[in-house]
Write a protein that binds this ligand. Structure first.
Ligand code: ATP
Length: 310
């Protein structure tokens, strides 16, 4: 079933068009990731889909119901975890769950069963009596997710739920999402982390309020038009600044290495020649396979006013 359907949604704040003619769909049992730079319009899109803000034009359907005319039917099937979800810091894990169960109108006789289920799959049971303010960042995010699951939503909208969370907790968080997905929940999740995109069935890349690309990781990588190289060491900062002025090349520091994106068909010899001319001896330079970040940097750098060198 098509759980989330957005058709031609546009939302402006005065002169700023935050979301432009945006369409997407998510099936039940599917995880779709939304990626894009800060200010891409992700939060505005989420708020529009949840009915928290009015949009200029377009259509949103949740589990077949029209957002604008059937909001009451939608409320019960939707969970939304904003980027800064507010737990009650002075309340314990259990009290937070009880509180959100009350807000969502979960019946008392169902609540204990729901809590048992949420504790089990989130691993929060041993911390039930701990105040939310004393949880680690990863645990807080898991609790925030559980608070949004207490009414068993069929559609989950998550705005960067793993931002700032340590890598192990991020992995656990995604395992939870996959379990939910197996149970038929539709999930639209925004993430700033490229490595997380492989967990989603499809990824949508958004920038400047528009959809730049959509597909599976394999499809997006296959669409990449360019050649990628790695210099496994970092030249001095002044040299990198000089290299950044070379036309048609993109340089990115990744750990202790320099990732270099060049136009399609550039050979190792071509690039070595260009780097030598710019004063860099490219010892151990090698060509590598492109990844999703290469695709995104390439697409985003074609946007007006964006420089992708870093
Ligand atoms: P971030 O992850 O940094 O929050 P985002 O992808 O969620 O970015 P939005 O917060 O939706 O992007 O912002 C999209 C654009 O709309 C930006 O240019 C932003 O400055 C602008 N914007 C967002 N909210 C408002 C508002 N309430 N009033 C005016 N402009 C806004």
């Amino acid at each position: 079933m098509r759980a989330i359907e957005v058709i031609g949604l546009t939302k402006s704040y005065g002169e700023i068009k935050a979301v432009k003619d945006f369409s997407l769909s998510v099936e039940s049992g599917e995880i779709v990731a939304l990626a894009g730079p800060d200010g891409a319009g992700k939060t505005t899109l989420y708020r529009s889909i949840c009915g928290l803000i009015d949009f200029d034009c377009g259509e949103v359907r949740i589990m077949g119901h029209d957002l604008q005319s059937e909001f009451e039917s939608i409320k019960q099937v939707m969970g939304y975890m904003p980027e800064t979800f507010s737990l009650y810091p002075d309340l314990s894990v259990e009290e937070n769950l009880n509180f959100f169960a009350g807000i969502f109108g979960v019946k008392r006789e169902e609540l204990e069963e729901r809590k048992r289920y949420l504790y089990e799959f989130s691993g929060l049971a041993p911390f039930a009596k701990r105040r939310a303010q004393h949880l680690s960042g990863g645990m807080k995010q898991k609790l925030a997710l559980c608070c949004n699951l207490v009414h068993q939503p069929r559609v989950l909208l998550l705005d960067e739920p793993t931002r700032g969370v340590d890598p192990l907790s991020r992995r656990q968080f995604w395992e939870i999402l996959k379990q939910l997905c197996k149970g038929g929940t539709a999930i639209l999740v925004a993430t700033p982390y490229m490595d997380e995109l492989r967990h989603a069935r499809r990824t949508i890349l958004m920038s400047g309020g528009r959809k730049l690309a959509e597909g599976t990781a394999e499809e997006l990588i296959a669409s990449y038009k360019g050649t990628v190289f790695i210099l496994p060491w970092l030249p001095p900062a002044q040299t990198i600044d000089k290299l950044a002025k070379l036309p048609n090349l993109n340089f990115q520091r990744i750990g202790g290495a320099l990732r270099i994106r060049a136009p399609q068909g550039t050979s190792l010899d071509d690039l070595s020649g260009q780097l030598l001319e710019a004063g860099l001896e490219p010892t151990d330079l090698k060509q590598v396979s492109p990844d999703l970040e290469d695709v995104f940097v390439d697409l985003i750098s074609q946007e007006p006013g964006v420089s992708a060198n870093a």
